[in-house]
Design a protein around this ligand. Structure first.
Ligand SMILES: Cc1ncc(COP(=O)(O)O)c(C=O)c1O
Length: 391
């Protein structure tokens, strides 16, 4: 009676079962996975809500691409970064997950392939199943820093590869795409006539103000850059994202015509958020400064503690909302996460949620309130020591 694409295994994993049982017994858990910015004690200017109370929200003016004034606001956002975007290049969507779905429908037939980084964001698996996409992965390898394995990436391109996803910076590794790897990707995509989807939802959260390369002004390949208020303004509840279409003129024109019809079929973007976008983006500097302050404080504490705990390695990263710890070899990832939860009441994500290739990793959200974060990482290091002593 149901489609094969929704043939999921509904049984929960051991970690969620344990979390549920702790919840039922009213056990307080330190949650180091919380990355919903509305639940991290970060308060944002009242202007965000008051911008929704405008009279113009009583009117509905359907627009496939999104209201012009909202698309112009997106262009100003890029203009502040020195990047030139025309409103015609911007398509508004309800979320970045929706942006992916629309692009998969635009670019791929059911038997065609798309390349994704590994490790990366876990929702990809559902997005590809729902959109009949075949997933091929290219690895990010760690050696003092994460690097895209370009040789492996080039071997993954095939005649049916229609799109290559870059997550810039990647979730959860926090690495931007640039340098030789980016040059190679651009060349390969051009040679193979493969579109680039550059997910830049975390782009603004560079920790050291380094200059990273956005693909928004990229001209050589057909390119779709994803952004949205859920990360750029920490407003996931407002459901507003965008796709910027760029590249050779003829391809941009054809892609835009098709995308317009796809968007017109759903008209999923709400009017109040579109009307408020310009005012919200004016609060961007303030919002992002508060988030970066929190992230840097937590990361610095982690760096300090890691010195006295050589059994864990804090992996290098340049931005985003997460930290990745590599556990020493003898520690079994899932056993460790379960024991930490049961014995120390600390919740972290195991690396396998993100498809880390090898070894034991845990992923922590740097948005966690600092006092909880400090206490939580202290318990992690004690647990690591206990597991190692036990042998
Ligand atoms: C890298 C990345 N892209 C896209 C999304 C989806 O964002 P949205 O909330 O706008 O659907 C997420 C969500 O966490 C993400 O981590």
């Amino acid at each position: 009676m149901f489609s094969s694409r929704t043939q999921w295994k509904f049984n929960t994993n051991k970690i969620s079962e344990l979390l549920e049982s702790l919840k039922q017994h009213d056990v307080d858990v330190i949650d180091l996975t919380v990355s919903n910015p509305t639940q991290c004690g970060l308060l944002f200017p009242g202007k965000i809500l008051s911008s929704l109370g405008q009279g113009e929200n009583s009117f509905y003016e359907p627009s496939a691409q999104g209201l012009l004034k909202a698309r112009e606001a997106v262009c100003r956002y890029y203009d502040e970064k020195g990047l030139d975007v025309h409103p015609d290049q911007v398509f508004l969507t309800a979320s970045s997950s929706e942006s992916y779905s629309l692009l998969f429908r635009l670019l791929l037939d059911p038997d065609e392939h798309c390349l994704f980084p590994q490790p990366s964001y876990p929702l990809f698996d559902f997005l590809i199943q729902l959109n009949d996409v075949n997933k091929d992965c290219y690895a990010l390898k760690y050696d003092k820093g994460w690097e895209i394995d370009v040789d492996q990436l080039s071997s993954r391109f095939g005649a049916r590869t229609r799109a290559c996803v870059l997550v810039n910076p990647n979730n959860p590794t926090g690495t931007y795409v640039g340098g030789q790897a980016l040059k190679a990707i651009i060349r390969l995509c051009r040679e193979q006539q493969t579109a680039i989807i550059s997910d830049e939802v975390f782009f603004d959260y560079s920790w050291n103000k380094e200059n990273h390369q956005s693909l928004v002004a990229h001209q050589e390949n057909l390119t779709f850059v994803l952004g949205g208020v859920s990360k750029a303004l920490a407003l996931p509840q407002m459901k507003l994202s965008w796709v910027v279409v760029g590249g050779p003129k003829n391809l941009v024109k054809e892609a835009s015509q098709r995308l317009e019809i796809i968007c017109d079929t759903y008209l999923s973007v709400n009017t109040p958020a579109q009307n408020a976008l310009s005012a919200w983006l004016m609060a961007r500097a303030d919002i992002q400064a508060r988030i970066l302050e929190r992230i840097k404080l937590n990361r610095t504490r982690l760096e300090k503690q890691i010195f006295s705990n050589p059994a864990c390695e804090l992996l290098q990263a340049q931005g985003g909302w997460y930290a990745v710890l590599r556990l020493s070899e003898e520690i079994v990832e899932e056993d460790f996460v379960l024991e930490l939860l049961k014995e120390d009441q600390v919740s972290v994500h195991p690396g396998y949620f993100y498809d880390f290739n090898e070894g034991g990793h845990v992923v922590l959200s740097l948005l966690t309130p600092p006092a909880c974060f400090q206490e939580g990482i202290g318990r992690i290091f004690k647990r690591v020591a206990a597991v190692r002593t036990r042998g």
